[in-house]
Design a protein around this ligand. Sequence first.
Ligand SMILES: Cc1ncc(COP(=O)(O)O)c(C=O)c1O
Length: 399
Amino acid sequence: MNDKGFRTNIIHSGEVDFMKKVMSGVAVPKVAPIFMSSVFSFDDVPTLDGVYDGTHDGYVYARMTNPGTDGVCEVLAAAEGSDGAVAFSSGMAAIITSILCFVEAGDHVISSPVLYGGVYDYLKNELPRFGVETTFVDFDTDDIEAHIRPNTKVIYSETIINPLMSVPDIKKVADIAHKHGCKFIIDSTFATPAVVRPMDLGADIVAYSATKFLGGHSDILGGAVCANREDLPILHKLNTLYGNIMSPFDAWLLARSLRTLEPRVKLHSENALKVAEYFEAHPKVERVYYAGLASSPSHELANRQFVEGRCGGMLSADIRGGEKGASDFIAACESIKFVPSLAGVCTTISYPAKTSHRQYSPEEMKAAGISMGQLRFSIGLENAEDIIAEFDKAFEAVE
Ligand SMILES: Cc1ncc(COP(=O)(O)O)c(C=O)c1O
């Protein structure tokens, strides 16, 4: 194809005919390629119509679906045991879009008062602008059912609640939701399907910040929602309309990360339990929050709900001395960094009152049980004894 002008030849070679040749080959790449194409081309109008109405397989425009997101959604659905999944550009996009699928002006949501600060802020301050009110109910101690109204459409929680690591009774909440015709949406970011598959216990929608353990290497910003057949069309529709689909590159990285999800989360959990036990015995720690500890109020429920009683890589601890104790501890750590996120391969520390839960007022923070001495630990895949040795040294700086 060298019969046209210089630029024309460069622009059109290695394109459509080449791709058709690759796709019809008898050997397939062992690893799916990254399809960095924002749009797809058609030989004629009836073919395009066929893709839209489902009589032909194919893609139209990458904001709708694309091979990268379809590929990773197959892996997500296999991990979750769901009919399908939808990939989003962030965890917030996944969660907010899921909620918006089921509410309209005049509706009501019930949520736990302790959850990731961004979602709390959204439910409390943003959703009311669209006429949707949220009641925050303690899922452990309050009677959820007593707060349900005729217009309640969604019950929302987290499987391991950020940052106090308490665990709601998923089946109980799902049963209440269904009795009253509500959807139960649960954020399982801290747990992942290697710890619990909430849909097996009755949840309708499982949302993730894929930025965290699903990605697992601190190099992806993404979100995911797993759902059953009846809810997938509206999730896809709003994903397309709001334009918050995951990028093909992030989808490729996420699919690769998911292959190792179980061994990673198993090791995160084993290490986290060792660190939690170490903290529990330390005189400069006032309280440890980790459902894997026999002393945790969530221990029995976690053992019942979670695979092999595995509780994930996240834990929190109240450091003696309040804000000063927490700050001195952070500053004294060397390889373990102060990072306002979680779930990479390295152990990291976050400070909920200053980062993820900054949106809470001092009164809300106190009511929720988030203290100024509370640090949140994302326990990594290093050798547990090295993590503990570094913390042991850092405690010397705490009075
Ligand atoms: C439990 C939980 N859910 C959701 C989110 C939001 O995810 P993203 O930052 O990917 O939007 C976070 C972020 O830290 C989180 O911790």
